[in-house]
Design a protein around this ligand. Structure first.
Ligand code: ZN
Length: 686
């Protein structure tokens, strides 16, 4: 394992700064810790509020991530108040947590890690705890004591598996007391604890321990790893992905019965090698390689065999049955092993393994699905390594359930921000690069939606996606170029959209063009173009969305951005108004046809939005001004003046109406029109 310590960067760092530095370089190595796993501490002297020197343990706060940790995420605890606990026989988790919180120097500091006492009881000034893949590949075997001894001799102690807490901390302290020459302690089926007099020493020991494990594994697996017994099915990636795009919405529908999920797909060499290994069905059901992954991965993935299932209907049946079987098995496991007073969590799988296809992971958003993805990619490696050395073995089902339902672990979930109204919802917006599309996309992302941005203007689309992803801090949008008038382009874009987030909940059919001229001078070309975008474009995306909604089985929602002109047409706008009227009529028919599948279809009718609009080109402005009999520069004031409220309509106003129709707040509304026109009495819906 690469040693990331840099004397140049760390040389002058002292105290908590050195602790932050060491924690971060541990966090940067995914084979040491992943996504909030592991913890670190330092013992130091600090001054209290009266200026007295106090010995403290600077402990990583619960739920923080070592890769990005800051000084504020460490909690100072009075060490001299923690150490007397060594004399105690036993303590419940609640007593321990209450006691720890009384030892905190600062009330506002985060809750310290549940492994605080383990760090406190080891006398070394710097202690780092990781869930290193290679260490776990050794511990997750049938005879781990023998294996650990043959790698490290008597310099390292192996502590039998115990859920973190007081008793584990005592066992670690006892092992150290018996042999103060120990260089590290390995926690069976869990991870590594290493220490040192300085941060550098503790870090180096961590890396040395892991490197020795890596060398041992390399020597002992003799090429058995990386060589799946069954060759990877020689299927072109495009075919495999088309198949995955068919399966993803079925999975999303089946696992999202109680709460919708975002699904990501992985078909890397490792994922394929694992799922195609004939042992994978059994190996994947053994359990997690370190317990705290369960918060994200659940104890077991769903292993789903689709080979030989050909038709779309047959695949749908197999997927539904397999997910239902998983749910029932999960309920059985919970009932058998639960402790009194706990409530069952979501019984659906977070990881789905399918031979020949690869791996799907689910989460409340793309970030959560990615965390599960990363954890399971490492799990597959650890499983393959452990089973190449010996046989992959992990916790008992009772220990798994005790950990999965451990209040101190589930406490981390309460630290997450509250979910927003469109969280877990996938939206596809057409014409996203235009002024209205952009405002809609930005509003929906702000409300927690995962948004697929589509448009023919690829460059603008990608820039918008990058901007929105930066604002939201996550990959909540993807840019997919699409021409709504081209059937193949629409079908392809929907397939890519499914691969990005796993399915679809809401379509915002917004792409449109305007052309202004009296009927007698409209060219056939302009007429046809207007219909291609404003009518056929909506037809193609609505048709594709409906097919997808039906396959997914979670209902659906279509919001069509129409126009005031449908109800109150004006002169010289024939091609625009007629094509938009076709769109509006299509939306109404769709509302009638799709209701039985739980799909709603509604319209927003804005009046002219000028700000940043590509629709109101110079030519259209000039032509509309002529039609109204006014100067071109008066047009915006003219449009404001003709409505009852005398207001100008902005893209933001349209986005608010779209958000309402897209959200569950309008769940009983379909076939409706919301005007966003400041009140134009000729355009009152009737
Ligand atoms: Zn741990």
């Amino acid at each position: 394992m690469k040693n990331r310590w840099s004397e140049k960067r760390a040389g002058k760092l002292t105290g908590i700064d050195a602790l932050v530095y060491a924690s971060r370089i541990i966090g940067e190595e995914p084979e040491l810790v992943l996504w909030g796993g592991g913890n670190s501490s330092a013992k130091a002297m600090v001054k209290d509020h009266l200026g007295r020197e106090v010995r403290v343990l600077l402990m990583k706060g619960s739920g923080s991530d070592m890769r990005t940790i800051t000084t504020k995420q460490f909690t100072p605890l009075r060490l001299d108040e923690l150490l007397p606990l060594l004399e105690r026989e036993d303590m419940t988790d609640e007593e321990m947590v209450a006691y720890q919180s009384r030892c905190m120097m600062e009330n506002a500091a985060p809750k310290p890690s549940i492994e605080t006492l383990l760090h406190a009881f080891l006398p070394a000034p710097h202690v780092y705890h990781t869930h290193a893949d290679s260490i776990c590949a050794l511990t997750d075997t049938s005879d781990s004591p023998k294996l650990i001894h043959s790698v490290y001799g008597n310099d390292v102690a192996l502590i039998p598996y115990l859920r973190p807490g007081f008793r584990l901390a005592k066992l670690v302290a006892e092992a150290y007391r018996q042999n103060p020459d120990l260089r590290a302690i390995v926690l069976d089926k869990h991870g590594l604890v290493a220490w040192g007099k300085t941060p550098k020493e503790a870090y180096n020991e961590t890396i040395r321990m892991v490197s020795e494990a890596e060398r041992f594994i390399r020597r002992n697996i003799q090429g058995r790893f990386d060589r799946p017994v069954r060759a990877i099915v020689a299927q072109p990636a495009s075919e495999r992905r088309a198949h995955a795009a068919l399966v993803a919405p079925l999975l999303r529908g089946a696992v999202g019965r109680s709460r919708r999920m975002i699904i990501t797909y992985e078909d890397s060499k490792l994922a394929l090698a694992f799922v195609n290994d004939p042992r994978a069905r059994l190996l994947s059901q053994v359990g997690p390689f370190t317990p705290d992954h369960m918060l994200h991965t659940k104890p077991k993935p769903l292993f789903l065999e689709l080979t030989g299932t050909r038709t779309s209907e047959a695949i749908a049946d197999v997927v539904r049955d397999a997910v239902e079987h998983y749910r029932k098995e999960y309920v059985k496991y919970f009932e058998r092993h639960k402790s009194p007073g706990v409530t069952m969590l979501d019984p659906y799988p977070r990881v789905i393994l399918i031979p020949a296809l690869g791996m799907f992971t689910t989460g409340k958003d793309r970030r959560a699905a990615r965390i599960t993805h990363d954890l399971y990619m490492h799990t597959m490696r650890v499983i393959l390594k452990a089973s190449a050395i010996d046989s992959y073995t992990t916790l008992s089902p009772k220990d798994i359930c005790d950990f999965e339902y451990w209040p101190l672990e589930n406490f981390k979930l309460t630290l997450l921000p509250q979910e927003k109204q469109l969280s877990r919802r996938i939206v596809l917006v057409t014409g996203a690069a235009g002024a209205i599309g952009r405002a809609i996309a930005s509003r929906l992302v702000a409300e927690g939606a995962s948004v697929i941005l589509t448009d023919i203007h690829e460059k603008k689309l990608r820039a918008l996606s990058a901007e929105l992803n930066q604002q939201a801090g996550e990959e909540n949008t993807v840019a997919i170029p699409m021409d709504v008038t081209d059937e193949d382009s629409v079908v392809n874009a929907f397939q890519q959209a499914v691969m990005a987030f796993g399915g679809l909940d809401i379509l915002v059919s917004n792409a449109g063009i305007a052309c202004s001229a009296p009927v007698e001078s409209v060219t056939l070309d302009d007429w046809s173009k207007s219909f291609a975008v404003n009518a056929t474009g909506h037809f193609l995306v609505c048709r594709e969305a409906l097919r997808l909604f039906k396959r997914q089985g979670l209902g659906g929602n279509v919001v069509v951005v129409s126009t005031k002109n449908v109800l109150a047409p004006g002169k010289d706008f024939g091609a625009y108004s007629a094509s938009k009227a076709a769109q509006a009529q299509l939306a109404r028919v769709l509302a009638i046809e799709a209701a039985e599948f739980g799909v709603r279809v509604n319209m927003v009718n804005p009046d002219a939005v000028f700000e940043g609009s590509g629709l109101w080109s110079k030519e259209v402005r000039e032509s509309r001004a002529k039609a109204y009999g006014i100067q071109v520069e008066q047009i915006e004031a003219y449009c404001a003046d003709r409505n009852l409220l005398k207001v100008r309509i902005t893209a933001h106003d349209v986005a608010e109406a779209v958000l309402f129709l897209a959200s569950d707040r309008s769940s009983k509304t379909t076939g409706a029109i919301i005007p966003v026109d400041g009140g134009v009495k000729e355009a009152f819906p009737r």
